[in-house]
Write a protein that binds this ligand. Structure first.
Ligand code: FUL
Length: 527
C-alpha cells in the first residue's frame, strides 16, 4: 500500500516538474510582456507553427511604442567637447560646459519635426553621467556647467513634457570609467543603483535603451551583466517602458544605416532576444565612418516560414531602425556640412517606418548646447515634405467592389489601426476600389490591425490602365505600416490582392498618395 502511495507521489511530482519546465520560458517571459509570446509544442507541424505565429500580438507597451513611429535620439556628453565618438573614460569633466544650453530648443525642434519621443544618452560608454549620480563623481556635478549644480536629465525630461514628447533613457552597459566594471556583482549593483536614479527621479520613462556595443576585446574586462535583475527593476519602477536592443521588447534592426528589411516580421523566434547574440552583432571598435555590421543583416528575413520552422518559442519583437542625421553620433563641427538632406531623410523614413519599423533618428546638439541650424533646416524640410505627401488620401470616399458585403472604404481610411477588414473565405483576398476621381498617385500605404496579429505574406496592387489591369507594385510583409513608392499612376480603378497570408489577414488601412507633381512619369509612359 505504502509502495503504491510512493509511486503515485513520484508520478505527481514528475507531472508538476514537467509542467514547471515546460512553462518556464513562458513564466520568465510573462514578467516582461503581455500576450506576445508562445511556446510551441515539440513536434508541431508547420501549419500549427504558422497558426501560432498569426495569433501573437504586441504587449500593450509595445503597441503604444509602435504608434509613435518616429523617435529622436540625442547623443550629447563629454564626447561633444572632445570632438570624439567613443570616450576612454579618462576625460576631464571640466571640459563639459555648454554655454548656451537650451533643452527647450531641442524639444521644440524635435516635436515640430514630428517626433513623438526623445531618447537621451544619459551615460555613454565613457561613463560620464548627465545627471548628478550619487554613485560616481564622473558626472555633471564635477563640471563647470551651472557650477556643478545642474541636472541635464532633469532639464531634458521637463522640456519633453512641455512639448508633449515621450522620454527615454540610454544607459550604456559598457562603462569605461567605472572601476567596478568587470567585477560582475559589484558593477551589477552599480547599474541597478543608476537605473533606480533614472527611473525614479524624472517622471514617466517610456523607453530604456541598452546598447550592445563594447570595445573591451578578448583581453579586456569581462562583465557578466545581470540582465534579468535590470529588467525586473525596470518593470517594477516603470512598467510601461519598453526595453530596447538588449531587451525583450524592441529589436535592434541590425544595422545603423537607416534601412530596414523589406520583409520585416514582428513575430520572430524567441532566441533573437538572446543578449549574447545581440552583443555579438554589435559594434566592437570605434569605426570612424560609422558601423559596418557583420554579415548581410539587412537581406535576411528573420520571421518567415523557414525561419520559424525550428523555433521553440515565438515572440512579438518589433524592429527599431537607428541612424544619425550626421556621419557621427556626437556633434562634430567638421560635419556641419554633412547633415543628411531632406531627400535622404525621406528615403530613410520610407525604409524604416515604411518597412514595419520605428525610425530612431539621432540629432546631436553642438558644444554650445543647441541643435545646429544645419540639422534644423533639413528636419523642417523633411517634415514639410511628409506633411505634403500625406495630406490627402486618394482612396478616401471611393467605392469598394468585393465579395464581402461588409467592406466599405471608411474602415480602411479612418486612420484607426484597430478597425479592419477581416475577409472570410480563402486566399487570395481581394477588393476593387473605384476612386472618387481620376487621380495620380505614386505612394501606397498599408497597415495591418496588429491587435489581431501580423499575417500578410504577399500582396499586389494593380491599376486599371489602358483597358486592362496592370501591376503597380507588390510586396511581402505589411505589419504595423508598409509604404511603397512607384512611378506615378493615373487611374480611377485599383485592385488590392493579398496572395499569401498566415490565416485571414486583418487589413486596417489603405492609402494612395502623391509625392511628385502630376503629369510626369506615368504608367502609360513606362509600359
Ligand atoms: C553604438 C554606439 O557605440 C554608438 O556610439 C552609438 O551610441 C550607437 C547608437 O550605438 O553601438
Amino acid at each position: 500500500m505504502k509502495k503504491v502511495h510512493n509511486s503515485a507521489l513520484k508520478v505527481l511530482l514528475a507531472l508538476i516538474l514537467s509542467f514547471i519546465l515546460l512553462h518556464l520560458p513562458v513564466l520568465a517571459q510573462e514578467k516582461y510582456a503581455g500576450n506576445n509570446f508562445v511556446t510551441l509544442k515539440p513536434g508541431s507541424s508547420q501549419a500549427e507553427i504558422v497558426e501560432a505565429a498569426a495569433h501573437i500580438t504586441p504587449s500593450p507597451r509595445q503597441l503604444a511604442w509602435q504608434h509613435l513611429e518616429t523617435t529622436a535620439f540625442v547623443h550629447f556628453g563629454l564626447n561633444t567637447f572632445y570632438n570624439q565618438e567613443w570616450g576612454l573614460g579618462t576625460e576631464n569633466p571640466a571640459r563639459f560646459n555648454p554655454t548656451l544650453l537650451n533643452t527647450d530648443q531641442w524639444a521644440k525642434e524635435i516635436s515640430e519635426a514630428g517626433f513623438k519621443m526623445l531618447i537621451m544618452t544619459c551615460k555613454h560608454h565613457d561613463g560620464f553621467c548627465l545627471w548628478p549620480s550619487k554613485y560616481t563623481n564622473h558626472s555633471v556635478a564635477s563640471s563647470p556647467w551651472m557650477n556643478g549644480k545642474g541636472d541635464l536629465v532633469k532639464q531634458v525630461s521637463e522640456s519633453c513634457r512641455k512639448y508633449k514628447l515621450n522620454f527615454g533613457v540610454y544607459l550604456s552597459p559598457w562603462d569605461r570609467h567605472e572601476p567596478s566594471y568587470g567585477n560582475s556583482p559589484e558593477y551589477n549593483k552599480f547599474v541597478l543603483n543608476q537605473l533606480t536614479e533614472l527611473l525614479t527621479n524624472y517622471g514617466k520613462i517610456d523607453e530604456v535603451w541598452f546598447d550592445g556595443a563594447c570595445g573591451e576585446g578578448p583581453n579586456g574586462n569581462k562583465q557578466d551583466y545581470d540582465w534579468e535583475s535590470y529588467y525586473s527593476l525596470i518593470r517594477k519602477l516603470q512598467p510601461d517602458a519598453v526595453i530596447a536592443v538588449i531587451g525583450p521588447d524592441v529589436r535592434w534592426v541590425g544595422t545603423e544605416s537607416g534601412y530596414g528589411r523589406e520583409t520585416e516580421w514582428s513575430v520572430v523566434p524567441y532566441e533573437l532576444t538572446n543578449q549574447e547574440n545581440i552583443t555579438e552583432k554589435s559594434q566592437k571598435t570605434n569605426h570612424e565612418n560609422g558601423f559596418i555590421p557583420p554579415g548581410d543583416l539587412v537581406g535576411q528575413d528573420l520571421g518567415g516560414r523557414l525561419q520559424i520552422k525550428e523555433a521553440k518559442n515565438l515572440i512579438w519583437y518589433p524592429s527599431e531602425v537607428d541612424v544619425s542625421i550626421r556621419p557621427g553620433w556626437f556633434w562634430h563641427e567638421s560635419e556641419n556640412s554633412q547633415v543628411k538632406t531632406p531627400e535622404k531623410l525621406l528615403d530613410i523614413y520610407f525604409s524604416s517606418v515604411g518597412r514595419n519599423s520605428q525610425m530612431l533618428l539621432n540629432i546631436p546638439p553642438d558644444s554650445f548646447g543647441l541643435i545646429n541650424n544645419a540639422d534644423i533646416k533639413s528636419l523642417k524640410a523633411w517634415r514639410n515634405t511628409i506633411d505634403a505627401i500625406f495630406t490627402y488620401n486618394m482612396a478616401a470616399g471611393g467605392f469598394i467592389k468585393s465579395n464581402d458585403k461588409n467592406l466599405n472604404i471608411n474602415i480602411l481610411t479612418d486612420q484607426n489601426n484597430s478597425t479592419s477588414w477581416n475577409p472570410k473565405g480563402n486566399i487570395p483576398f481581394s477588393f476593387e476600389l473605384k476612386l472618387k476621381d481620376f487621380s495620380d498617385f505614386d505612394v501606397l500605404v498599408l497597415q495591418e490591425n496588429i491587435h489581431i496579429g501580423q499575417r500578410v505574406e504577399h500582396f499586389t496592387l494593380e491599376a486599371w490602365v489602358g483597358n486592362k489591369w496592370q501591376k503597380v507594385t507588390d510586396g511581402t510583409t505589411i505589419g504595423f505600416k508598409r509604404m511603397l513608392r512607384f512611378p506615378s499612376v493615373h487611374t480611377n480603378r485599383v485592385r488590392l490582392t493579398v496572395n499569401q497570408s498566415r490565416l485571414t489577414p486583418a487589413l486596417a488601412e489603405f492609402g494612395l498618395y502623391h509625392q511628385i507633381p502630376s503629369n510626369t512619369e506615368t504608367l502609360h509612359s513606362i509600359k
